[in-house]
Write a protein that binds this ligand. Structure first.
Ligand SMILES: CC(C)(COP(=O)(O)OP(=O)(O)OC[C@H]1O[C@@H](n2cnc3c(N)ncnc32)[C@H](O)[C@@H]1OP(=O)(O)O)[C@@H](O)C(=O)NCCC(=O)NCCS
Length: 105
């Protein structure tokens, strides 16, 4: 195997306009086989499969520093619609002590 694309279905919550979306969880092509059109073929197959199974659209998450991934998805017609934000926490790793202790019987 030199490449793969994995995806799932996600349905919107009942409170919003119902949409059936394909969600690509991961995709990769071995370095030695990149830029040969394999990623494009994998995505085309996924798009066809999702269309046949009633999806309205496809989405995915890509790291903002992943220039390769972003270059690929953008070239295939994907656009950014949300930004995920992240912050590491500087807290102690040990669990917090309970604020109230139970009395022993
Ligand atoms: C992203 C990935 C799957 C693309 O696979 P690929 O087989 O190389 O892609 P293709 O050859 O079909 O490329 C199609 C188009 O995408 C764009 N593209 C691909 N790699 C690119 C890169 N490194 N930089 C910018 N654009 C790129 C180009 O427009 C390319 O067309 P072109 O070669 O005619 O210029 C592959 O680079 C990979 O496995 N990357 C590491 C894992 C990864 O980042 N996965 C995505 C996680 S979000």
């Amino acid at each position: 195997m030199v490449g793969f694309l994995h995806g799932i279905f996600k349905e919107s919550p009942k409170v919003v306009v119902p949409r059936k979306s394909g969600y690509i969880t991961d995709a990769a092509v071995m370095e030695s086989h990149r830029r040969g059109g394999l990623g494009k073929r994998l995505l085309a197959a996924a798009e066809k499969w999702y269309s046949l199974h009633g999806a309205d659209d496809i989405y995915l998450a890509a790291a903002v520093r992943n220039d390769i991934g972003l270059g690929f998805w953008t070239s295939q017609g994907f656009e950014s619609i949300t930004v995920s934000m992240w912050k590491p926490l500087k807290v102690a790793k040990s669990p917090a002590k309970p604020a109230v202790r139970r009395r022993r019987k």
